[in-house]
Design a protein around this ligand. Structure first.
Ligand code: ADP
Ligand code: ASP
Ligand code: MG
Length: 462
């Protein structure tokens, strides 16, 4: 079970976490839990690290640390009065470690990806002991494990590390023996390289930690406890009448998360899918609601279009030039150059005349992408490279689209009727996803238009 930031952000939330764990233990389930940092904490740590790095004056390290202390000690006093002193000592010890490294960053004006990962991992280093203490307060035996302690061994790709296959055996060896009588509270979001250096798994990475641990221990189910009732037909912060889905397939939810649906980290599906472990997404504030079950396709209700996602901070790159026609290897040049600079390409479309390739990338990668592509333009292989920052990408997702003719037509006419211009279209060969690009300012409206067109707020099949 993974509990997200809002699920451990306040004392009453942590009490609910303890209730949930207690009731599952009482029912005979063995439970391992993965926790995020308390809501907002990771953002605050990132902000302070950046400030410490940038500011010439003495940064407000002390003020920040005392606010961190105040919040976590208050939670601790409320949820685990009997263990507060002992656990406060652990938290204080970690605060000193964080202070030392922040001071070093400020003095040296050097914030490497390594030190940054270590620093941002502290949110979970503060929250996990509090949750563990809350369980012990109820007489449930519990221990805290950090990423390394749980056996999560990763690549050295700091800020976006992936679990390595060796993790599986390590997790099994470290976590499984505890389960019979103890609830391990595992710090999400972090792992460790084979050399023992702390890494993080990307923002929202605790979902991925939970999936890796779930796969490692061979869990019957992986439960993601969050602050909404499940996976919804679209982002409820944008679409007010978004509906909770009873079930969705691994592939469908993967497409949604790749397109920015924040409810799950994009990589959190794969470890579960490989072992066919169902994932349940549930609301920790309303545990009685069944939530969403994520499973293989064959168990799915094949609604044609099931859900939509919108990703706003992307950029469109157009690569034009007749030179590409019939000339093998141009695409390879383009994609190798982008890969070398670690530009992640989210969508690709190529005209059949071969004279044009369009790409969608994360907006933050645009400078790197232009730097990668300019030499190719200079060599004359392509004629012109243009880009557009102000765009949004939408994904229309549903396993039932495969083999249902006319869905594309319906999408495009609805968008056309709304007077919205599509700048690029792409369909994955899995046919689980049709995605397209519009002006940034049209993104939210396009989302609502399609939510209405496919009547996603209604429960009945389309
Ligand atoms: P946690 O802290 O539990 O990891 P997150 O904030 O990372 O929670 O993710 C949950 C949030 O994801 C929801 O509050 C919701 O606003 C947002 N969200 C975006 N798209 C969807 C979707 N399709 N279904 C459910 N939630 C979504
Ligand atoms: N605390 C990390 C973040 O805010 C990881 C997570 O919450 O899943 O990104
Ligand atoms: Mg999250």
């Amino acid at each position: 079970m993974k509990f997200g930031g809002t699920s451990v952000g306040e004392a009453d939330c942590i009490e609910r976490v303890a209730d949930i764990v207690e009731s599952h233990r009482a029912a005979g389930d063995e439970v391992a839990i993965v926790v995020s940092a308390c809501s907002g904490v990771t953002d605050q740590i990132i902000a302070v690290a950046d400030e410490v790095m940038a500011s010439k004056e003495q940064p407000q390290i002390e003020k920040f640390l005392s606010a961190m202390r105040e919040r976590h000690i208050r939670l601790l006093d409320e949820v685990a009065p009997d263990h507060a002193r002992e656990v406060a000592a652990t938290i204080d010890d970690r605060l000193i470690r964080l202070q030392n490294i922040l001071t070093a960053v400020h003095t040296l004006k050097e914030l490497t990806p390594r030190s940054r990962d270590y620093i941002v991992s502290f949110g979970e280093r503060f929250s996990a002991p509090v949750v563990c203490a809350a369980l012990r307060q109820r007489g449930i035996a519990s221990v805290v494990l950090d990423g390394a302690g749980a056996g999560i061994v990763t690549t050295a790709n700091h800020g976006d590390a992936r679990a390595l296959p060796v993790s599986e055996e390590k997790i099994r060896a470290r976590v499984v023996p505890l389960l019979a009588d103890t609830v391990p509270v595992i710090m999400g979001f972090m792992g460790v390289t084979e050399q023992g250096v702390v890494t993080t798994l990307g923002r929202s990475g605790s979902d991925y930690s939970a999936a890796v641990v779930g796969a490692g221990v061979g869990a019957d189910e992986i439960w993601i406890w969050t602050d909404v009732d499940g996976v919804m037909t679209s982002d409820p912060r944008i679409i007010r009448d978004a509906r909770v889905l009873d079930d969705i397939s691994y592939l469908e939810v993967m497409e949604l998360s790749f397109f920015g649906a924040k409810v799950l980290h994009p990589r959190s599906i794969e470890p579960a899918m490989q072992k066919s472990i169902p994932i349940r997404v549930k609301n920790s504030f309303r545990p009685e609601v069944p939530g969403t079950l994520i499973l293989r396709d064959e168990h799915q209700e094949l609604r044609v279009v099931k859900a939509l996602a919108l990703i706003e901070k992307v950029a469109l790159i157009n690569i034009n030039g007749a030179q590409m026609v019939g000339r093998p290897g141009v695409a390879k040049m383009i994609f190798s150059a982008l890969a070398e600079r670690e530009v992640n390409v989210m969508m690709i479309s190529q005209g059949s005349s071969e004279a044009n390739i369009s790409l969608i990338i994360d907006e933050s990668h645009l400078e790197a992408a232009i730097a990668a592509l300019t030499p190719i333009e200079k060599q004359g292989v392509v004629r012109e490279i243009t880009y557009d920052r102000d765009v949004a990408a939408l994904a229309v997702v549903g396993a039932g689209m495969a083999g249902t003719p006319g869905t594309g037509g319906r999408i495009f006419s609805a968008i056309g009727r709304a007077g919205i211009n599509m700048m690029m279209i792409s369909q994955g060969s899995s046919e689980v996803n049709v995605s397209f690009v519009v002006r940034g300012s049209d993104g939210k409206r396009a989302l609502q238009v399609l939510h209405d067109e496919f009547r996603l707020s209604e429960n009945s099949d389309d």
